[in-house]
Design a protein around this ligand. Sequence first.
Ligand SMILES: NC(=O)c1ccc[n+]([C@@H]2O[C@H](COP(=O)([O-])OP(=O)(O)OC[C@H]3O[C@@H](n4cnc5c(N)ncnc54)[C@H](OP(=O)(O)O)[C@@H]3O)[C@@H](O)[C@H]2O)c1
Length: 307
Amino acid sequence: MVGSNEQREMQRVAVITGANKGIGLEIARQLALHGVTVVLTARDEKRGAGAVESLRGSHQIPNVVFHQLDVRDESSVGALAEFVRTQFGKLDILVNNAGASGISVDVEGLKSLGIDPEAWLSGKATSLVQGVLRQTYDGAVTCFDTNYYGCKRVTEALLPLLELSTSGARIVNVSSLRSELRRMPSESIREELSDIDNLTEEKIEGLLRRFLEDLKEGRLEATGWPMMLPSYSVSKTVLNAYTRVLARRHPSMLVNCVHPGYVKTDINWNTGVITTEEGAKGPVMLALLPADGPTGCYFDQTTKAEF
Ligand SMILES: NC(=O)c1ccc[n+]([C@@H]2O[C@H](COP(=O)([O-])OP(=O)(O)OC[C@H]3O[C@@H](n4cnc5c(N)ncnc54)[C@H](OP(=O)(O)O)[C@@H]3O)[C@@H](O)[C@H]2O)c1
């Protein structure tokens, strides 16, 4: 993409998933303004190319390119990795931002409840929302395949290129405060996910299979899973666990996860209270960490927090 080998090494390159709108698009904008070359990805060619055009045109940001990426599609992930390899020969920053709620919602019913942000965040709204938010089995499968397996798929495909980063790679997994272990009712699941030294993908995926089995049998509450956005919460809890596994396995990289804040976007049916500009700050900070920055940590926006 650029002239000499030296220039090529100096130029930091970032891939952002699910960046055609919302927080991902804003992360792309902010990273590009920091001089990073951004590969803005989206599953839909038209929406993604439109987002790149908006950054290049009205925002006059030239250092953004588009590549299609559906995190649920192995061949799409492979094509992206090949594109980054041939265009840049390495990768410096990966922001796993693409996310799905996994929930069927009665939007009008939800709006009519007029739930205040405090009740959403604290979990007090859990019983209120049960009539308007429905956790289906298919929704949970989509949610896990996007938020956890999708992140893992993309990360594994790009790890060989991240290992070639000369500035030290950064991986940012966009999580949620729904991930926090204190929100998980089951003590044994909390303990399993807190045992960092023994955490593996096999254990994580075993938990996801257990959740799906319990969902199918209609015993989520009885078996101690969270009842507020069940599959979404669990997907983000295991995303955090995966972040810790990755950080342990790749000590030369800085791998962290972050709750972006309660941001007004489509994923929460625009119930959020802060702008995408605010919400992107934490992920961007972690994408640009200095060499002695933290790894294997969870952040609530820009502040380090408890898993
Ligand atoms: N907003 C909040 O308050 C909040 C709070 C905590 C965490 N988060 C997290 O922040 C991240 C960004 O969400 P957002 O708030 O910006 O919501 P959003 O505007 O709905 O954006 C979600 C993005 O993910 C993409 N996506 C979904 N499935 C995909 C797939 N299979 N492959 C590739 N891209 C896919 C969507 O693409 P399409 O346009 O094609 O659907 C969209 O670009 C998510 O991980 C979310 O869980 C958000």
